[in-house]
Design a protein around this ligand. Structure first.
Ligand SMILES: [Zn+2]
Ligand SMILES: [Zn+2]
Length: 176
């Protein structure tokens, strides 16, 4: 949502507490779409720090549906977010910080979804497993090996193992 900061900035030392909903229903990241399973509103506290600075603090626990890295089954992943950002609302000061906050701050209007997204994306886990010992998918037929085995011959991934297997096959041929 677009939150107007004019009210809090009109009164020195003013503190406002409010619930900020997340309007996004899914996020796109590195070509993947992750759906929110739970997105409780952020319990926020907004403080006029004077000198045209505003402090935005708050926390919320989001739950995203992320596919298991091995078998692609949907896994509910908890993403706790704790925000603590001091925003510079002065137009004239152009610092590196200013460039970064430009995307979600337009004058006194704060795009809370963009601000929250900036906290959620870095909190995404690099790898998600449905369970510690997930067996993944069969590389040949695509069957989820957690649900049972398939008839495919498993190709050894280690080239040394492949050589040993070749030797065994030669022996088998000689035996015949
Ligand atoms: Zn899995
Ligand atoms: Zn298979």
């Amino acid at each position: 949502m677009i939150l107007s900061l004019s009210e809090v900035m009109a009164v020195p030392d003013k503190v406002v507490t409010m619930d900020i909903p997340l309007e996004l229903s899914e996020i796109e990241f590195q070509g993947m779409r992750y759906e929110f399973l739970q997105k409780p509103p952020l319990s926020a506290r907004i403080t006029n720090q004077n000198r045209k600075r505003v402090l935005v603090e708050g926390s919320a626990d989001y739950t995203l549906s992320i596919p298991c890295s091995r078998c692609l089954k949907s896994v509910a992943v908890s993403i706790p977010v704790n925000i603590h950002v001091s925003l510079d609302l002065s137009q004239e000061e152009k610092s590196a910080e200013g460039a970064e906050q430009e995307s979600y701050l337009d004058g006194f209007h704060l795009d809370t979804d963009l601000l929250l997204l900036g906290e959620i994306l870095p909190a995404l886990p690099e790898k998600v497993l449905c369970r510690e010992d997930c067996k993944g998918l069969c590389p040949v037929c695509g069957r989820n090996l957690n649900e049972g085995t398939c008839g495919c011959r498993q190709e050894p991934s280690d080239p040394r193992m492949a050589q040993i297997q070749d030797i065994f096959q030669k022996f088998n041929l000689k035996d015949e």
